[in-house]
Write a protein that binds this ligand. Structure first.
Ligand SMILES: Nc1nc2c(ncn2[C@@H]2O[C@H](COP(=O)(O)OP(=O)(O)O)[C@@H](O)[C@H]2O)c(=O)[nH]1
Ligand SMILES: [Mg+2]
Length: 464
């Protein structure tokens, strides 16, 4: 269902009310910013701000002034007031930002004064929602704003900025245009009498559709890259029982997360934690030691460990340097890919001299998790491997985009099959392509429902 379309976006502001919120994080801080957006923003500022010279509403956009904030005859703060005039603002409406003194109470007092003067409390993400509805940004860019706010690593932030600048939007719009051209061609071919349609017309349409499918496939392939940015790389610590996996996990995290004992089989479940190393985010997983066991609980742990290894972007395979290498390790290592594995010889404090590096295609590092020797080498290896995996952050799609792109691809594929079967099937084929267009349009927000906007903007914080 479509309640509003692009037609209503970006012509003029569609909002008659003025919203306000504290846009800075709560808690003690140097300054707090109350942001207003909407047609009464400047009038409200006039009511509250006492300043030398012209009142806020007589000042040009892009300027700021210094004044006292007076509400109900009481001075509540001293502030710097920034003025943005439509359409040159975050929302494309008139926007005023009042920068008062920081702190929860001061910010709340300022906000209350603004609300009493006629503004309405903004919903989460409502400023960005207005920026979308006023046509300044599309939905993909709005989502990038939320991603940027939440980004926990440099890479994730860089990817969000790229998306905000419109790189992904451009690719999606090009794709949309190509599909639109194919739909138009196909629909034009419906005007031919049966049997009179030149084969070349359908061939051309099919070639355009095939190209669109390739573009979709290229975008879908960024999903895997995206998972590194969104969730962090999956790094799994694996090996035989008692080799020091949990000790290394705790050492890397800098806290006692996993239980360590001298008893083999202590870790029975997978234990996950987020670790950020050199701007790269990872999900670090400690696993149960790989061995045959009659204990049912441990068996399940070993199954989980094996699953984690299968899904890992990188495995740190630990061996005990003080023990003669066993066939069991070799068998496990054979199942691992060298480009996704680093062998760590732990407990090197128990060995005289450097431990013998085992033959084989695997990068190998010696360390002692207990004595904190060689841990920086392990960190360096982690970092450099993950940097290699991490392709430049651009055009990385989200789960929502992935679902819509896959749906569109399926529809295009089915439509091509129908169109190639029989001229009588061109009508349903064209309908399918229209549905595919709708799906693509929903990604950038050419087509949207209030429900979709609610889902997207509810992820935002208040004041953004
Ligand atoms: N000497 C020495 N002992 C270690 C080292 N790392 C772990 N250990 C000991 O090995 C035992 C098993 O450690 P743990 O981390 O629970 O191994 P896991 O079963 O692989 O998780 C514990 O007693 C640890 O203190 C190390 O680098 N050197
Ligand atoms: Mg353990």
């Amino acid at each position: 269902m479509r309640d509003v379309t692009l037609y209503f976006r970006g012509v003029n502001s569609i909002f008659s009310d003025t919203i306000a919120a504290v846009s800075t994080a709560p808690g003690p801080a140097g300054i707090a910013i109350v942001r207003l957006s909407g047609p009464q923003s400047l009038a409200i500022a006039d009511l509250l701000v006492t300043c030398a010279g012209d009142p806020p509403s007589s000042r040009p956009g892009g300027t700021f002034l210094h004044g006292r904030i007076v509400s109900d005859g009481e001075e509540i703060d001293e502030a710097v007031v920034l003025i943005f005039r439509a359409p040159h603002s975050y929302t494309r409406d008139d926007v005023v930002e009042i920068q008062g003194h920081g702190g929860q109470a001061a910010a709340q007092r300022l906000l209350e004064a603004v609300l009493n003067a006629g503004a309405r409390m903004a919903d989460p993400g409502e400023f960005t929602r207005r920026a979308f509805l006023n046509g300044r940004i599309d939905l993909v860019q709005a989502e990038a704003v939320a991603d940027l706010i939440r980004a926990r690593s440099d890479r994730a932030a860089a990817a969000a900025v790229e998306q905000l600048e419109g790189r992904l939007s451009t690719q999606l719009n090009t794709l949309y245009d190509h599909l639109m051209a194919a739909v138009a061609d196909l629909e034009a071919s419906l005007d031919f009498e049966e049997g009179e349609l030149p084969a070349s017309v359908l061939d051309n349409t099919d070639a355009t559709l095939a190209a669109a499918e390739d573009e979709i496939a290229a975008l879908l392939s960024t999903w895997e890259e995206g998972h590194l940015l969104r969730d962090g790389a999956r790094v799994v610590i694996a090996g035989q029982p008692n080799v020091g996996k949990s000790t290394l996990m705790n050492r890397l995290l800098g806290k006692e997360r996993s239980i360590v004992t001298h008893l083999p089989g202590t870790t029975r479940d997978t234990i996950e934690e987020t670790l950020i190393l050199g701007g790269i985010q990872m999900r670090l997983t400690d696993t149960a030691g790989l061995r045959d066991t009659s204990c049912l609980v441990e068996q399940q742990g070993v199954t989980r460990a094996t699953d984690s290894i299968d899904q890992a972007d990188l495995v740190l395979y630990l061996i005990d340097a003080s023990q003669a290498s066993t066939g069991a390790d070799l068998a496990k290592l054979q199942a691992l890919q060298p480009e996704r594995t680093v062998v760590v010889q732990n407990k090197c404090d128990l060995v005289d001299g450097p431990p013998g590096i085992p033959d084989g295609p695997f990068e190998t590092i010696a360390c002692s998790a207990v004595e904190d020797v060689g841990i920086d080498d392990v960190q360096d290896a982690l970092r450099s491997r993950l940097v290699q995996m991490d392709t430049p952050p651009h055009a990385v799609i989200s789960e929502r985009h992935r679902a819509l792109l896959s749906g569109a691809r399926k529809l295009i594929d089915d439509a091509r099959k129908l169109a190639s079967q029989d001229e009588a099937l061109l009508v349903p084929a064209a309908d399918m392509l229209r549905a595919a267009l709708d799906m693509l349009g929903t990604i950038t927000g050419r087509t949207y429902t209030t429900e979709l906007l609610d889902t997207i903007f509810n992820r935002f914080c208040i004041g953004k």
